[in-house]
Design a protein around this ligand. Sequence first.
Ligand SMILES: Cc1cc2nc3c(=O)[nH]c(=O)nc-3n(C[C@H](O)[C@H](O)[C@H](O)COP(=O)(O)OP(=O)(O)OC[C@H]3O[C@@H](n4cnc5c(N)ncnc54)[C@H](O)[C@@H]3O)c2cc1C
Length: 554
Amino acid sequence: MTTKPVLLAVNDELPLLSAIERDLRREYGADFRIVCATSGSEALATLKQLKLRNEAVALLLVAQHIQEMTGVEFLEQAMDLFPDAKRVLLTASTDTDIALFAMNQVKLDYYLRKPWDPPEEQLYPVLKDLLADWQVAYRPPFEGLRLIGHRWAPNTYRMRDLLARNQAHVQWLDLETSEEAHRLLAALGSETLPLPVLLFPDGSWLADPTPIAVAEHFGHALHAQLPFYDLIIVGAGPAGLAAAVYGASEGLRTLLIEREAAGGQAGMSSKIENYLGFPAGLSGAELTRRALMQATRFGGELLFPHEVTRISVEGSTRLVHLADGAVLSGHTLLLATGVSYRTLDVPGSERLQGAGIYYGAGMSEAKLYRDQDVYLVGGANSAGQAALYFARYARSVTLLVRGLSLEESMSQYLIDQIAATPRITVLTSTRVVEVKGEANLEAITISNTITGETQVLPTSALFVFIGATPQTDWLDGVVERDEHGYILSGLDLLQDGHRPAGWTLERDPFPLETSVPGVFVAGDTRLRSMKRVASAVGEGAMSVRLVHDYLRGL
Ligand SMILES: Cc1cc2nc3c(=O)[nH]c(=O)nc-3n(C[C@H](O)[C@H](O)[C@H](O)COP(=O)(O)OP(=O)(O)OC[C@H]3O[C@@H](n4cnc5c(N)ncnc54)[C@H](O)[C@@H]3O)c2cc1C
């Protein structure tokens, strides 16, 4: 529920302040919150708190003679915080000159002479007009999180992206363009805080926070609730989420660990159109929201944001080591860590990551490029989906494709939609060979792979979708992987009919079982997986059945 806008009265004569409060409450209490202060500094401190809580202030009603500063001096400072609030000065009959001066100095809307009895004649008609005027421009304040920072600062982008991927309701305030951002920093008492600053609806805030600090602020459990689990799942993409739903629903003590954002790659998809049961498609964010609700409803536990850095084995116990040093144990593990985007290998690209060069869809950025020209690199479905999404906002979208045609790498339904979107241009046989810019991306150089012709294109946005690889080095020496890092399972582990080294059981590995008994793998990180949402979900679900089989043998 939106909180009522505030009417602030300031006067150091207590009987008079009580009278003002009573008069204001009687007439305006239903629609406004009446707040009183007895000095200028108390009133300014109150205004700062209101600013941080994103509450609206409609009226400042201040006596000229108050402690510590004059009413005009107070209004001068209050204007910096709430420039749109109506300003009324309460004056004595000798203060007319001051009031007239204040009309210009602090753009005073009105001055009232004390006493104003009866209020029905002397006070309410004036305030009624002012408040009606204020209401015309009033927009109820945003009630979610507010993030203040510099658009091109990579750590600000990372936080913006993290919040977007975790489906937080966030208002982005860019210090280059937003006066409100400066007002908020002033209310925090420092323009030199480490950025970005994240403000919560209750007025609390964090400067340059870590993901863990944000999660803690939201009240997420940062530690596992149980000493031992039947199933610990690493990675909350579609495979991990499906395993959590099936594991928890079948009574297994199930823990799901995620380092960034539930949903994994699928969470970055603007529209998944080929997932069974959703003929009109659904966004990755929606799929994730539903899956998380389902998993937790069945009693699955989510530990987030935590990175798993190692796994180990002690007898029949499987151990998971977290980046913060915590160690969790269970009977079985599922590795559902998916794949991570491949980065562009051209001069300058590393430095400009998050400052114009974005990986993994950059969905949080699309709206910032309204009416601008953006470039996307990649010819697979993820690039196609993103091109269609960006075309909703950008003036033009150019898709740079290395292959001879999109048909080589993209589903036909996306090719058809791209062809039907005039804002999207596709340049085939094209590679990005250089990126330019100091603080942020300013231009890219592209080269035609057939003619060798190069071209410099000015742009501040390059979104890169050039495939992904598993990041599984942390599993080195524990489970068997191929030369690209994909994890081997089931029959792939049998070399000439021989079981993997160190395998002690009297049976072959189960289909999704790795070279370590009781440690399973599902989804994109598995060798020979299909790289689709549906197949990741299928493997996640199937792994739970195999976990049951394994547990029966313990
Ligand atoms: C933009 C985009 C659009 C796509 N669109 C479609 C589509 O329309 N249809 C379709 O079928 N497929 C689509 N895909 C592919 C699909 O999203 C993937 O195949 C699917 O997400 C794979 O699921 P997964 O659970 O195996 O892995 P991922 O989705 O990659 O999830 C793995 C998760 O594990 C976490 N993780 C990794 N390492 C660790 C660690 N050490 N500790 C803790 N957590 C860790 C990651 O943060 C991540 O959240 C798309 C992919 C992208 C990028």
